[in-house]
Design a protein around this ligand. Structure first.
Ligand code: N01
Length: 535
């Protein structure tokens, strides 16, 4: 522990995908940088979420960094959607190869960050009682960092084991023959269910809202495929610049209404068979803006559920009836098939919520469901939670929590007025898209604005209130063009913040598509960063 505050050009919060990428950039531009990380190692999401079945929903070859081609050319991705262990190993490889750990401090959580206007610097305190100061404060604290745990009465009385997906224990959990209860059927629950079902004595799934689960169709990657991937990186990175979700796929230009119903079904079949997000990205370009297309996609998936799931009652409970995309659709790996197993049952808790937890299990509608293990996969305070859970204070002591009380207000998803020299990586109001690519573009932009300020001898970079208001309006307008805006407001979606009781429903993402966002970042650089002051 040090009593004299260390001073850095930049402090980065978090050593996940964003923090690692930012450290690389800052070294390039010569900033003395320190990364503080709460975990004992790098990885962020891939450090904490070690639950069974945890894997990416992005294809391996685009869930990585562009800056180290040598690793790309030698790294042996094993699966199309790599498991958390592979992603974790990849991130460790990058960090170790670039000797990044010497600029990182682990097991240290940043508790507060206050802007000192007299000194034009940020003062940061940690849970270890340390203080450090910096000119630039970078939040790389992630999109899904702060877990949400519903306050079920009686939880503390449960005699069995309680597991949380977002802080999964290091020891191997033995599910064999056990009665397992799982609460939450978002992307996390959807990944856990088929894996645990294979070994549990009985798995009872408590579902409040069904999801539209698309088949992941994960597979092993053989050497020939790897060679093909390695030879095509330039083309892939170009595609990530033109695909609305920053995936390396040629943009889809098909409009739903231009096809006959038979053709539409065939196109949906194609997307469904190839698996992953390709059901969205390679079928119709207007799926999230054309209500007819959206409903056809929703009906297609409902039909698939009823085809796969043998018990019609279970199939009906698993079938959603809200706009496709209103909740982030998960990828499943034999998800619906799992509900045909004799050792799996589904409890609908939509109209009859979980009442309480007892020493023996969970009570719903007066009935006790006994369990040896309860798994909670109940989501996150997404987008804004990571930064509002830290005591961040900008000018005049104003907190980020107050500033975002009615939803996030940012300029370009990177900055907030009143919080000088604070930059966010994949912050609220950046595109909902393949995250390493969004991180890359954001970090490059941050590097450029800092370099401009340094070149001009300016110390403080600050978004203007007009810049922020313009971006908020812009993001709102883009969202209003989607079917999600007209969606059922009662449906919880972390993408809108209304999965957290008391959190204002707001637009947490930029829905104009990644290419338009990249263009906005490029124009911002070319035009000398309108909407910012330098002093
Ligand atoms: O969280 P969620 P998640 N009683 O908010 C339920 C990313 N991710 O961790 O829908 C009963 O989606 C809640 O019910 P409802 C991905 O972006 C990525 O699963 O609110 N149930 C819901 O079913 C994803 O979207 C990957 O009605 C309660 C669940 O808990 C995001 O993380 C893998 C309840 C929470 O689902 C979040 O996914 C995994 C209550 N009181 C996750 N409270 C990959 O890319 C909450 N729930 C690989």
């Amino acid at each position: 522990m040090s009593n004299t505050p260390q001073h850095y050009d930049a402090i980065i919060i978090g050593a996940g995908f964003g923090g690692i990428r930012a450290l690389h950039e800052f070294r390039k531009i010569g900033l003395k940088t320190k990364v503080f990380e709460a975990g004992t190692d790098v990885g962020g999401t891939w450090y904490w979420n070690r639950y069974p079945g945890a894997r990416t929903d992005s294809e391996a070859w685009c869930y990585c960094y562009q800056f180290d081609d040598e690793i790309l050319q030698t790294w042996d991705w094993k699966e199309r959607m790599p498991s958390w262990t592979e992603v974790f190993a990849y991130l460790r490889k990058v960090v170790d190869k670039h000797d990044m750990r010497r600029d990182m401090q682990f097991s240290t959580r940043i508790q507060s960050a206050h802007f000192d206007a007299a000194a034009n610097q940020w003062k940061v305190t940690t849970d270890k009682g340390e203080t450090a100061t910096c000119q630039y404060l970078i939040s790389a604290s992630g999109v899904l960092t702060v877990p949400y745990m519903p306050p079920f009465p009686g939880l503390e009385t449960f005699k069995g084991e309680v597991l949380r997906s977002s802080s999964w224990p290091r020891h191997k959990v033995d599910f064999a023959g056990k009665r397992v209860a799982l609460v939450g059927t978002g992307a996390t629950g959807v990944q856990i269910i088929p894996v645990v079902a294979q070994v549990a004595g009985h798995l009872t799934v408590f579902q409040r809202t069904p999801n539209y689960v698309m088949p992941g169709r994960n597979h092993y990657i053989d050497e020939e495929q790897r060679e093909g991937i390695r030879a095509n990186y330039d083309q892939m990175w170009n595609w990530t610049r033109t695909n609305p979700f920053a995936f390396p796929m040629a943009p889809c230009n098909q409009m739903f209404d231009d096809y006959t119903p038979e053709q539409q079904q065939r196109i949906f079949d194609g997307g469904w068979e190839v698996g992953g997000f390709r059901f969205i990205f390679e079928t119709f370009a207007d799926m999230l803006v054309n209500p007819k297309c959206n409903e056809a996609a929703a009906a297609y998936i409902r039909n698939k559920i009823h085809t796969v799931v043998k018990d019609p009652k279970t199939a009906a409970i698993l079938s959603p009836h809200y706009q496709f995309g209103l909740k982030r659709p998960p990828l499943g790996h034999f998800y619906y098939e799992t509900f045909n197993r004799p050792n799996v049952s589904l409890v609908d808790v939509k109209d009859t919520p979980i009442e309480r937890i007892t020493p023996k299990g969970l009570v719903v509608d007066g009935q006790e469901y006994e369990a040896d293990i309860i798994i909670f996969a109940t989501g996150f305070d997404g987008g804004t939670g990571a930064l509002t859970s830290i005591d961040v204070r900008g000018r005049n002591g104003r907190t980020m929590k107050e500033t975002w009380a009615n939803g996030p207000r940012t300029h370009m998803g990177t900055t907030v007025d009143g919080f000088p020299n604070l930059f966010m990586i994949s912050g609220p109001q950046t595109p909902f898209a393949n995250i390493p690519i969004i991180i890359n573009s954001g970090v490059e932009w941050i590097g450029k604005i800092i370099q401009k300020a340094r070149r001009d001898g300016e110390i403080v970079i600050e978004a203007t209130p007009e810049g922020v208001e313009g971006w908020v309006q812009h993001v709102q307008k883009l969202f209003s063009m989607t079917v999600m805006d007209k969606g059922d407001h009662a449906v919880h979606s972390w993408m809108m913040g209304n999965n957290i009781p008391g959190k204002t429903r707001s637009v947490l993402f930029y829905f104009g598509g990644a290419p338009m966002y990249f263009q906005e970042l490029d124009e911002s650089v070319d035009m000398g960063f309108p909407g910012f002051t330098f002093s």
